[in-house]
Design a protein around this ligand. Structure first.
Ligand SMILES: Nc1ncnc2c1ncn2[C@@H]1O[C@H](COP(=O)(O)OP(=O)(O)OP(=O)(O)O)[C@@H](O)[C@H]1O
Ligand SMILES: O=C(CO)[C@H](O)[C@H](O)COP(=O)(O)O
Length: 404
């Protein structure tokens, strides 16, 4: 959103010139004519309008997770909350990892790999190892974007395994950095207005990876197992510890509703929300601060075996106070989610039923029938709310005025 003011000036240009300084966060100055012919005459000069707009600097969001843990799916849900679809930069590298929509630009931090696929092989390091990534450049570029400046960001090409020539990224309203290390480097971490970690337990990660890499990429079961094992030490050392810094964690675990379940089809998902984060009011179930266990199955919610169980309550997470909403099980009928939604508060929806509407809109996305989709959608709404609050605060106006 831009805050603009207009006043009449006289110009010796004939007709009044029109130009836009597109630098985000700077004064944007537009001259335009006061009538079709180019302004009224004032003794040889023309009367034109000058419009000055101070354009907001981007809000920066970090999303961390291992490969194949649902980052892209989450990003599609987030972009959808703002309306409009996201697509790669127009006319650019077809293998770009960037997704741009009207409001958001999502970049993938794989683009800051300093070693390409061969380089990593030669050095004997994985992509998760900080030595394979350029954190100085990542910091400089995220900082530049946050200051409203465009950047020439490198591209890591996942098809060729090479580093391609850079692409131009303009500062958007919301800039999302997603990937392995958004919270690893303290300098980058400090630039984030909000951070999320997708914490997928090993069993579930394995099931998802098998499903995708065997079905879509033709990998064998053995090679998938070997790749997960090879990444595990670096994952534990460099990726997993970032969850302690996240403002929200979506933790995905095997169900507790089926004793000794090893199919991994039914999931228990926790939304861990840090207390005291600026512009973020955690979602709660029934009664804020209480500890609650709720089985919503019955007349208003259809549940087949093994049913659905919700829980809510305060907890501590890496020494921080958090509140946790948990869902175990899967929805049979997504339209009935409205019943659950009506018992959740602080959802930051703009109208009754918005969570259910978003979930129905993307019923074909992975996780739409369980807590992964539900909590990703809720975090998407919370990010919209956070953005509106930050923009309103900067403009010194009530949050209502900054609604997107
Ligand atoms: N909530 C979910 N429920 C079930 N399966 C899921 C869920 N999220 C993701 N998956 C599975 O994991 C795969 C990877 O998801 P996605 O592409 O969103 O992850 P990613 O983190 O962006 O992966 P990468 O970093 O490798 O590109 C999907 O194809 C799907 O099979
Ligand atoms: O962990 C990853 C993040 O997506 C990738 O494995 C890493 O970026 C290397 O990519 P590739 O396997 O295509 O060389």
């Amino acid at each position: 959103m831009a805050i603009c003011s207009a006043h009449t000036i006289t110009s010796l240009h004939s007709p009044c010139t029109t130009f836009t300084n597109t630098g985000f966060g700077q004064k944007q100055v537009i001259f335009f004519t006061s009538n079709r012919k180019g302004g009224r005459r004032h003794g040889g000069a023309r009367s034109c309008f000058q419009v000055s707009c101070s354009v907001d600097k981007p809000v920066v969001i970090g999303l961390a997770a291992d490969s194949g843990c649902g980052k892209s799916t989450f990003m599609r849900r987030l972009t959808s909350v703002f309306g409009g679809a996201a697509s790669p930069p127009k006319g650019g590298n077809p293998d770009s990892n960037t997704l741009i929509s009207d409001t958001t630009t999502v970049i993938c931090l794989d683009d800051y790999h300093s070693l390409d696929r061969n380089g990593r092989k030669e050095e004997g390091v994985t992509a998760l190892d900080p030595r394979a990534n350029n954190f100085d450049l990542m910091y400089e570029q995220v900082k530049a974007i946050k200051e409203g400046k465009a950047i020439e960001k490198p591209i890591y090409n996942h098809v060729t395994g090479l580093l391609d020539p850079p692409e131009l990224i303009q500062p958007p309203k919301i800039f999302v950095i997603e990937g392995l290390h958004p919270m690893f480097d303290e300098r980058v971490r400090d630039l984030l207005d909000f951070s999320i970690y997708l914490d997928i337990s090993d069993d579930v990660k394995f099931a998802w990876k098998i499903q995708r890499d065997m079905a879509e990429r033709g990998h064998s079961l053995e090679s998938i197992k070997a790749s997960i094992e090879a990444r595990k030490p670096d994952f534990d050392a460099f990726i997993d510890p970032q969850k302690q810094y996240a403002d929200a964690v979506i933790e995905v675990l095997p169900t507790q509703l089926i004793p000794d379940d090893n199919e991994g089809k039914v999931l228990r998902v926790k939304l861990i929300q840090k207390e005291g984060v600026k512009n973020f009011d955690p979602v709660y179930l029934f009664d804020e601060g209480s500890s609650i266990s709720w089985v919503p199955c019955g007349r208003k919610l259809t549940c087949s075996y093994p049913g659905i169980k919700f829980a809510y309550g305060p907890d501590t997470y890496y020494g921080h106070e958090v509140s946790v909403v948990e869902m175990d099980g899967a929805f049979d009928r997504l339209d009935e989610l409205i019943y659950v939604e009506s018992h959740l508060s602080n959802l930051s929806t703009k109208f009754y039923g918005e969570v259910t509407q978003q979930m129905l809109k993307h019923a074909d996305f992975p996780g739409s029938n369980n807590g992964t989709g539900l909590f990703q959608t809720i975090i998407g709404l919370k990010i919209r709310d956070l953005y509106e609050q930050i923009i309103a605060e900067r403009a010194g106006t009530p949050a209502e005025a900054a609604k997107v």
